[in-house]
Ligand binder design. Structure first.
Ligand code: ATP
Ligand code: MG
Length: 575
């Protein structure tokens, strides 16, 4: 019997009720026809009670607070759209950003959309090479950045890009760098009433690069229509309500930080909090307390880091208004869900989606019991299935519970990606008979809950067993000494593959043979000898993408002495 976590009070107040789902807010559409994400997020609040409400509270690294009302953000973004006109950018032009989480980044994102241009965020910690390759394949027309990032990462080569018209420097251009413009100077002159370009639902709006966990990052195309699902999913899966104070910890350099860190909360008229600083456990607890966050959306890697720091720190801070916590990006180990319950008095609600899906597809809703370790159920309007793709000529749905297969989604949801940039064939190959194949393996249980097994590429075949790394990693995580685990298959002449685990320990724990044996014993007891790792090695850190995902392909490449492949999104890792 799988244990479940359920809070009746949370369920009673949830937007999503299983028997009678409340209708989610709809897109408003442009007054004269058409659809624009920027309009939905900002202009649609003008003349409404939300007009003067706090839309965005920014906390600088030094703890300065800057507030923007919906109306103020609307005017700033009008100016930015006008600034793009002045620079000669037209509808469809590509605007890239390379900046930390500062207000100008958010203004640029929404101003770009309002101008009918395409927004592409780049993660500010990228080095010159990943920046250049993404700007090249994305035909960047403008990049918005800071002086120091410009000097370190762009200055020596940007003039070679044929489509790039200018570099816009957020913090000014006192050295008169040729080709660079001063953001503040242009914003000052720009029209605060420019308004929104007429765009259509199928016009391209966002170009996002995937995390590069399984290989070279792909450029994923999204259109303005996506906003319909951004709103629905924020309503159903994040349970956002007008009075919420919401904190999404993801950086807009990744899709979560744009969809749920910019667009969805503003469309819902809530107050969102942005922290410029990097992860710091104490700072995060302070923000939850001082800003009185009600809904918090974060990621497994952050939750594991908080767990690593320990419960005592969490208990020093109050969270009187916090009512809902969600997580995305990687499988969320049952241990982490339960840790939420223990320390915060509520579980983390895991949800699943991809850059390609443009929004949350499968979620643990506040109105349903959580089965820790499960991703939850498909959102209203989303049809998900488990497909057996071993027989490639035929599409075979798994109808029996707990059968492993590829997680697929019935095509046609509004935020479905409309292409991989310059990779038409790859895009086509993701679809079969009206289904999108996600590349992830999962199972569905008899109650309709979906369970993540692993990425197709990460699946381990050992002595006839199919083993998903997540299952093994979750068991290792149950041990109090373990902070993180990454599991891969290594070739073996007899078994085909053997399970090998890489484990990072919590601070002050000594890695010795006794602990190794203890972990092996725990895994054997819980998983059986066929599935348990044959070998466990200790590492200080596991290689991760900058968005915090464990890069199993890199563990494997290093283990086997193979080329490391594209490591543009790798966070520097000490072995
Ligand atoms: P790339 O496609 O370049 O290899 P990526 O797949 O990590 O990178 P994203 O689109 O950012 O890029 O991540 C989506 C993937 O993250 C999903 O396909 C899935 O493997 C994983 N993921 C996201 N949320 C969850 C979750 N709740 N449980 C398990 N896995 C998740
Ligand atoms: Mg992917």
């Amino acid at each position: 019997m799988v244990k479940t976590i359920f809070h009746q009070d949370l369920a009673d107040k949830a937007n999503f009720q299983i028997d009678a789902p409340a209708p989610a807010p709809e897109v408003k559409g442009l007054p004269k026809g058409g659809l624009n994400i920027g309009y939905e997020a900002l202009d649609s609040h003008l003349g409404q009670p939300t007009q003067n409400k706090l839309a965005l509270r920014w906390i600088s690294k030094e703890n300065h607070i800057v507030d923007f009302s919906y109306q103020a953000l609307c005017q700033h973004t009008n100016r930015f759209a006008d600034l793009l006109d002045q620079l000669g950018l037209a509808k469809g032009s590509r605007v890239f950003t390379l900046a930390g989480r500062r207000p100008e980044l958010y203004i640029a994102a929404l101003g770009t959309l309002k101008a009918g241009c395409v927004f592409t965020p780049l993660f500010s910690a990228f080095g010159p090479e990943p920046i250049r390759s993404r700007m090249e394949i994305g035909n960047a027309n403008l990049i918005v950045t800071t002086r120091s990032l410009y000097r370190k990462k762009l200055k020596s080569w940007w003039q070679e890009l044929p489509h790039l018209k200018a570099v816009l420097l957020i913090d000014g251009n006192p050295d008169n760098e040729p080709g660079c413009c001063d953001y503040s100077e242009l914003m000052e002159k720009a029209d605060p009433n420019r308004g929104c370009e007429t765009t259509q639902a199928e016009d391209m709006a966002l170009l996002h690069f995937t995390s590069g966990t399984t290989g070279k990052p792909k450029g994923v195309i999204h259109v303005h229509q996506a906003v319909q699902h951004h709103i629905h999913s924020a309503f159903y899966a994040l349970d956002l309500k007008p009075d919420d104070i919401y904190w999404c910890t993801a950086d807009p350099g990744w899709v979560t930080g744009t969809t749920y860190g910019i667009i969805a909360p503003l469309c819902m008229g809530v107050t969102m909090v942005i922290d410029e600083a990097e992860f710091d456990a104490e700072r995060w607890y302070q923000i939850l307390q001082e800003q009185q966050i009600t809904v918090w959306y974060t990621a497994p890697t952050a939750i594991r880091m908080l767990m690593k720091v320990g419960d005592a720190l969490a208990k020093q801070y109050a969270r009187p208004n916090l009512r809902f916590m969600a997580s995305v990006g990687e499988p969320l180990n049952p241990e982490a869900v339960e840790w939420g319950e223990k320390v915060f008095g509520m579980p983390f609600h895991d949800n699943w989606w991809q850059t390609e899906t443009g929004g949350i597809m499968i979620a643990n809703f506040p109105s349903q019991p959580i089965k820790p370790g499960s991703m939850g159920k498909p959102l209203p309007g989303i049809e998900a299935a488990i497909i057996n793709t071993s027989n490639s000529s035929e599409l075979q749905m798994e109808t029996q519970p707990m059968q492993v297969g590829e997680l697929a989604l019935k095509t046609g949801w509004p935020s479905m990606f409309r292409g991989y940039l310059n990779q038409a064939e790859k895009y086509q190959s993701c679809f079969t008979n009206g289904w999108y194949l996600s590349g992830d393996l999962a199972m569905r249980d008899e109650d309709g809950y979906f369970w993540f097994v692993g990425r197709k590429d990460d699946l381990i075949k050992s002595s006839g067993h199919l083993i998903g790394p997540f299952e093994v990693e979750s068991v290792l995580m149950e041990h109090p000494a373990v902070a993180e685990a990454g599991v891969i298959g290594i070739p073996d002449p007899v078994a085909g593959q053997l399970v090998k685990a890489f484990v990072a320990l919590k601070p002050d724990i000594t890695a010795d043979e006794e602990l190794q044996q203890e972990l092996l014993g725990l895994a054997r007891k819980r998983l059986g000898a066929a599935v348990a790792p044959k070998e466990i090695v200790f590492r200080h850190n596991l290689p991760k993408t900058r968005s915090g995902k464990i890069m199993r392909r890199l563990l494997k490449a290093r283990e086997l002495g193979l080329p490391e492949g594209d490591i543009s999104t790798l966070e520097s890792d000490e072995q």
